[in-house]
Design a protein. Structure first.
Length: 573
């Protein structure tokens, strides 16, 4: 097992043990047991729902893929179940503490706790995801819309945020003593199926209302959760019976989460520039534990001008606390005003996104038309403009890289493909091109890394398997075993790739295999002759040409090449 996986697995086991111990002492025993059973069931249901909705319903790839999954249960890796359990419990506990700060008696409002838990889940996701993706534990197949998010697509933060609505909201509503005799609490169970089934509807509502249906459901659920937080007076003082010393168990669990992220960022992937993603997570935790310190840290950072995006997000808890407090004090108009503001924000975000998408598609269409017409200079100009204007799209970078590569501008091609991979880490074409470029320019170690990243995403990719073996100098044993199953097109592309990176011996072997399996395919014969001529090996070219003519005697190109070789041989004599 990869030692990097142990760095994730062992601390997770310790954290889980600490939090289970905390729950059994801090909560009524039945509610504590119900939480752990329910969160495991939720993790399984969530994994199966992803398969049904994304895999079967939309026939698309998973938004994220875990590498080296441990002990999958019904296809859901054990570390994924443990991760959801840990962050859900920490989110609930921190949400309770944050809600209690502004409501000392008779206790913190139930749905305010859920709102705070959602905020913590979104914050911790940024820190965990940025480190885990950099370490190669899993990857997102979605695009990272902005470099500010550091390896994490924005939908990843939204995904974690909504765990609070999918799971904590129904769990808290069903188990809170204050709602025990209210049948309406069962309505909370609709949040999870409504959210996930909504993902089947990806089209926009209309041109005039450009919000995709599944995003509209996101906004409606978000509005419902905030409305309940602002209006509901239901109290749930869940952890109040626990002795203050028990908090050390939960605090230790949270500290290990943060410490593990720091270890990964500084000592495993050695990318300390990732650590600003920790700031929002620390800010939410500190505001729950020591508010004065949290505000002091945020103020000092703001004055120094450090990591402004992270500090901006770190200020969200304070802003949310003010909004919730104001709404609960001015119950008549503040909640309605907040809902109107939320609706306006939803429309503005998606209308702006629709306009950007339309401009991007139009620009790409013009660039592709110019490229296909042979006007590469115009195509490059249009694609460079699209790349500048649409920082969150990998497509213009990929197209630019392909044009640069085709015109032998390898440095520019490499830069374009690297940018495409930064935006979309699962962009296989770009990873393959990067491996080829680095092999051609003598960067074998870097080529092996790019090919390895690609194989972690597509382990059955024959071209990446070959590039990895070529870069490391090891024989492609796994690829050799698969050669018999490759079709003619796959053999052609692999032979072309081998020739491209200077491996003429393997290219010739693939051509021989192609001629043996498809003796009437003129491409293999012609390429074998051209490869020999390029190597100035007239004897091998003559033999390959004889084999071509013996199989396809009427082939005019073969006949013409035979005449030229004969004439050249006569002149040499």
């Amino acid at each position: 097992m990869d030692t990097r996986v142990l760095i994730l697995t062992l601390p997770s086991a310790v954290i889980l043990a600490l939090l289970v111990a905390h729950s059994l002492r801090a909560l009524p025993r039945p509610r504590a047991l119900a939480f752990w059973i329910a969160v495991i069931a939720y993790g399984l249901a969530r994994g199966l729902a992803l398969e049904l909705v994304i895999g079967r319903g939309l026939e698309s790839s998973f938004p994220y893929v875990i590498h080296e999954p441990l002990l999958p249960v019904f296809g859901v890796p054990l570390q994924e179940l443990a991760g959801w359990a840990i962050v859900c419990y920490l989110g609930w506990w921190l949400g309770w503490r944050l809600a209690k700060l502004g409501n000392p008696a008779p206790g913190p409002p139930l749905f305010v706790q859920v709102a705070w838990a959602c905020l913590f889940l979104g914050a911790v996701s940024w820190a965990v995801e940025s480190a885990a993706v950099a370490a190669g534990w899993w990857h997102w197949s979605l695009t990272v819309s902005s470099p500010l998010w550091i390896n994490v697509p924005f939908i990843g933060l939204v995904d974690w945020f909504f765990v609070g609505i999918d799971f904590l909201l129904p769990f808290a509503a069903l188990t809170a003593p204050a709602l025990k005799r209210q049948p309406l609490r069962w309505l909370a169970l609709l949040a999870f199926p409504l959210h996930f089934s909504g993902h089947l509807f990806v089209e926009r509502v209309s041109g005039a209302f450009p919000i995709p249906v599944f995003h509209l459901i996101h906004w409606l659920l978000l509005g419902a959760a905030f409305w309940l937080a602002m209006r509901s007076r239901v109290v749930d003082d869940a952890f109040s019976a626990a002795a203050p010393r028990l908090d050390r168990l939960a605090i230790s669990g949270l500290a290990i989460v943060l410490l593990d992220i720091v270890v990964v960022e500084f000592f495993v992937v050695r990318q300390p520039e990732l650590w600003p993603s920790l700031v929002p997570c620390i800010a939410v935790a500190l505001q729950a534990l020591r508010p004065a310190i949290a505000y002091g840290v945020a103020a000092a950072g703001a004055l120094l001008g450090l990591w402004l995006p992270a500090l901006f997000l770190a200020a969200v808890p304070a802003a949310a606390a003010w909004l919730l407090g104001a709404a609960r004090r001015r119950r008549s108009w503040m909640p309605a005003a907040a809902m109107v503001l939320l609706g306006a924000m939803a429309y503005w975000v998606h209308a702006a996104s629709a306009r950007r998408e339309a401009r991007l598609v139009a620009g790409l269409d013009r660039a592709i038309a110019a490229r296909d017409a042979g006007d590469l200079a115009a195509a490059v100009e249009l694609l460079e403009r699209a790349a500048r204007e649409h920082a969150g799209s990998h497509v213009p970078r990929v197209l630019l890289g392909e044009i640069y590569y085709r015109t032998d501008r390898l440095a520019e091609a490499r830069a374009a493909f690297r940018e495409a991979v930064r935006i979309k880490p699962s962009e296989i074409r770009s990873l393959r091109h990067l491996a080829v470029i680095d092999l051609r320019t003598g960067r074998a170690e870097s080529a092996a890394r790019w090919a390895g990243e690609g194989l972690a995403i597509e382990p059955e990719d024959n071209q990446l398997a070959y590039l990895a073996s070529r870069a490391t100098g090891r024989p492609p044993e796994a690829l050799q075993a698969r050669l018999a199953t490759l079709d003619a097109d796959q053999i052609r592309s692999l032979a072309g790739l081998a020739f491209e990176v200077g491996d003429k011996e393997f290219a010739a072997a693939l051509l021989d295999r192609g001629i043996e399996r498809w003796p009437l395919d003129r491409w293999f014969h012609r390429t074998k002759v051209m490869l020999s001529l390029a190597a100035r090996d007239r004897w091998s070219a003559g033999r390959a040409l004889d084999a071509w003519l013996s199989r396809l005697p009427e082939d005019r190109e073969a006949q013409e090449l035979a005449r030229r070789l004969a004439a050249a041989g006569g002149e040499n004599r």
